[in-house]
Design a protein around this ligand. Structure first.
Ligand code: COA
Length: 396
């Protein structure tokens, strides 16, 4: 088989979407094909073509991603990855990933990120688990806020239509800078998301939007009536910019009557709701796994852009190349050196360290990072892990 790898043309878009959808097990409607097109810049995609048929697809969104400390850097957001069942395990994905690496270099994107359909695919391409994903179920009957909390009962209102879309877009721009791992969303992204959320989905209602001056929450309801009302509230998004918004939004959500269970696949892994409640056990984790994966492309840029928990200097050897990562008087830098390493690791674990979502100590126990002693590991933990847990709540 002779496979050609190239940028798709506009005319190839419907075939490209059908090929990708097939790999994920669905057939796109003409409406979906038309609707998705504006979200994608086809120049950022590569396809594999065999005898005129598209057999492989991969592309990258252009994002800005927040690193610990609140700075943002350009990121290559790998997406739409698929290879036809007829051509799998012939190295098609390997070549597509190489082309996307090349593209990130050319476009000056110092980090690549993705969500993986399966956990076994991306380590070989240099990606490590950068953020964790936690699914929650909250038993509403026992989830009572502790007394005396300063809830502002006038702070939250329902918004609809364009007002909801606009409030979400403006608030997202503030929120995403407050949490490492969160990414930018452009106007098209907001429009498309809003359009999708305006419709019922999977036997759930269309989306309800709660607006706070410093945040928002979006949820759908799955109606469920047994002997008594036991609706399920699916929290689509929960975006508090401040702790006050976090409290006020939770006070409203916990007060939505006729709801038995509140479920979310999108809350941060360090969500603070349990600490607001009289009974911490009302909040259960039903699922904990890898969230966003990251691959460091330009260490000097990304590790130089982030903030660290301590002023220190650690030399990290990654696949034989040594990087001195330093913070002095709050100023960070990362540069290539030859001096003796404090930590020796590989590309995936370097990606894991970038956002501070995985501790060096855990990577050492997992035998993907080596340090001369526990003291160096403790220094690395104090250095790389900072502030709130990184989180990427936009699945792409
Ligand atoms: C995952 C997928 C893109 C792989 O494409 P592919 O062209 O078969 O991959 P390659 O031939 O380049 O494989 C490269 C290596 O990765 C391994 N690999 C590929 N897919 C893997 C998987 N799902 N789990 C574990 N290893 C995998 C291969 O065995 C191969 O290993 P080797 O170099 O030791 O032989 C393809 O199977 C697919 O389209 N799956 C369904 C859609 C999907 O999950 N896409 C990913 C979205 S994030």
């Amino acid at each position: 088989m002779t496979i050609e790898f190239r940028v798709p043309t506009d005319d190839e878009w419907p075939a490209m979407m059908r090929a990708d959808a097939r790999a994920f097990g669905f057939v796109p409607t003409p409406e979906m094909i038309e609707q998705r097109r504006p979200m994608l810049d086809l120049d950022r995609f590569r396809i594999a073509v065999d005898g005129g048929q598209i057999v492989g697809v991969a592309g990258a969104f252009a994002f800005d991603i927040t690193v610990p400390g609140g700075a943002t850097v350009p990121a290559s957001g790998i997406t739409w990855v698929s290879v036809s069942a007829t051509h799998r395990r012939h190295g098609v994905l390997t070549e597509l990933m190489r082309l996307l690496d090349e593209q990130a270099d050319e476009r000056g994107e110092p980090v690549a990120v993705l969500f993986a359909s399966e956990g076994g695919i991306y380590r070989r391409f240099g990606f490590g688990v950068a953020t964790m994903l936690r699914w929650y179920e909250i038993e509403r009957a026992t989830a009572h806020l502790r007394s005396g909390l300063p809830v502002d009962r006038d702070a939250v209102r329902y918004v609809e239509g364009d007002a909801a879309r606009d409030h979400l877009a403006v608030t997202w721009e503030r929120y995403r800078r407050s949490r490492a791992g969160e990414i930018s969303r452009d106007t098209v992204w907001h429009d498309q998301t809003h359009e999708v959320r305006e419709k019922p989905n999977d036997e759930m209602s269309a989306t309800f939007h709660l607006a706070h001056r410093d945040g928002y929450a979006a949820y759908r309801i799955r109606e469920h009536w047994t002997g008594r009302p036991e609706n399920r509230l699916e929290l689509v998004e929960f975006v508090p910019v401040t702790d006050q918004a976090h409290l006020d939004l939770w006070a409203t959500i916990l007060g939505v009557d006729l709801v038995g269970t509140i479920a979310s696949k999108n809350l941060a892994p360090d969500e603070a709701l349990p600490w607001l409640l009289t009974d911490v056990r009302s909040v259960a984790t039903t699922h904990l796994r890898d969230g966003m994966w990251a691959k460091v492309i330009d260490p000097a840029v990304v590790f130089g852009a982030r903030a660290y928990g301590t002023d220190d200097r650690l030399v990290v050897e990654v696949d034989g190349v040594r990087w001195a990562i330093e913070q002095a008087d709050g100023e960070a830098s990362c540069r290539r050196v030859r001096s003796r390493p404090d930590l020796v690791t590989d590309a995936p674990s370097f990606g894991a360290l970038l956002f501070g979502g995985v501790r060096a100590t855990a990577l050492a126990s997992g035998r993907t990072l080596e340090a001369p002693d526990d003291r160096t590991l403790a220094r690395a933990d104090a250095f790389f892990v900072v502030g709130r847990a990184p989180h990427c709540s936009t699945w792409f």
